[in-house]
Design a protein around this ligand. Structure first.
Ligand SMILES: Nc1ncnc2c1ncn2[C@@H]1O[C@H](COP(=O)(O)OP(=O)(O)OP(=O)(O)O)[C@@H](O)[C@H]1O
Ligand SMILES: [Mg+2]
Length: 262
């Protein structure tokens, strides 16, 4: 009992993701591009944070740093939830594996037995409305279908059961290429799954409606170089999401127009 309590107290001080003074410059000299500057951002265990910003402001760059796929040129990135599951803007499926095997992959890497991972993959493909398409290879699927396979795979990675604290899911505009109805459905599913798994989610979008629907906290990045300009706590009591949506849209417009004039 005491041990459980201690661990609980301990995790309150440790963020799932902690970025301090993070900067990223690509290239050198006159061709150098500063993608991010002085980014401070924390995601608590189990928290759903949406990162909102205009195209090119450094959202994908930031997610890559958190995923450990790239290194910052300034500051520190600390991730405290094991290996994060990542869902990219592009589906990034393995072309030689069928949909089912792609979804199974993280489970296989986590050492889940064959029958169990088959069953789980089938369940997840059903969830993203691709039941019956497990044997199709990526090139036989539409772009939106591939993106849904990628979502099922990310969910498999999040729920592979190796991390008792719930893990971390990094999502880069995962629903941008989908039709409105499928997007709406998957947003709902993502919320449900997030609540069920207790994973922390860092979700990137440039869509204010999506941000306000999904996030407990919305963090607005400025145009390049990206830095945090504003945060909204949507989980606070009495938050009117409709009203907030208008306020956030206004700020996003400001941020984009400042960039256009610069
Ligand atoms: N590997 C790289 N080498 C050089 N420049 C890069 C590299 N990756 C990103 N950039 C630059 O960094 C900036 C931020 O890019 P990033 O992809 O992070 O933007 P983004 O916010 O994800 O945009 P979008 O919403 O269009 O996906 C851009 O100016 C881009 O050209
Ligand atoms: Mg991007």
């Amino acid at each position: 009992m005491t041990a459980t309590l201690d661990r609980h107290v301990g995790t309150q001080h440790r963020a799932a993701v902690d970025l301090q003074g993070v900067g990223k410059v690509f290239g050198r000299g006159t061709s150098a591009v500063t993608a991010l500057t002085e980014v401070d951002l924390r995601v608590q265990p189990g928290e759903f944070v949406v990162l909102l910003g205009a195209s090119g402001c450094g959202k994908t760059t930031l997610l890559n740093l958190v995923a450990g796929l790239d290194q910052p040129t300034a500051g520190a990135v600390t991730v405290d939830s094991g290996r994060p599951a990542v869902m990219f803007q592009e589906p990034a499926l393995l072309p030689w594996l069928d949909a089912g095997r792609n979804v199974e992959l993280p489970l296989r890497l986590a050492g889940v037995g064959r029958a169990a991972r088959r069953a789980r993959a089938a369940e997840l493909l059903d969830l993203v409305r691709l039941g019956g398409l497990a044997r199709k290879r990526p090139h036989e699927l539409s772009g939106g279908m591939r993106q849904r396979v990628a979502l099922a795979r990310a969910l498999a990675a999040t729920s592979s059961g190796t991390d008792a604290e719930g893990g971390l899911l990094l999502m880069d505009e995962p629903f941008a290429a989908l039709d409105a109805i499928t997007r709406d459905f998957l947003q709902g599913e993502l919320q449900r799954i997030w609540q069920a798994t207790g994973a922390a989610v860092l979700f990137v979008t440039h869509d204010v409606r999506e941000a306000v629907r999904l996030g407990q906290r919305v963090v607005l990045l400025s145009s390049r170089p990206g830095t945090v300009v504003r945060e909204w706590d949507l989980a606070a009591a009495g938050t009117d999401r409709e009203e907030l949506s208008e306020e956030i849209t206004g700020r996003l417009r400001e941020v984009i127009s400042t960039h256009a004039r610069a």
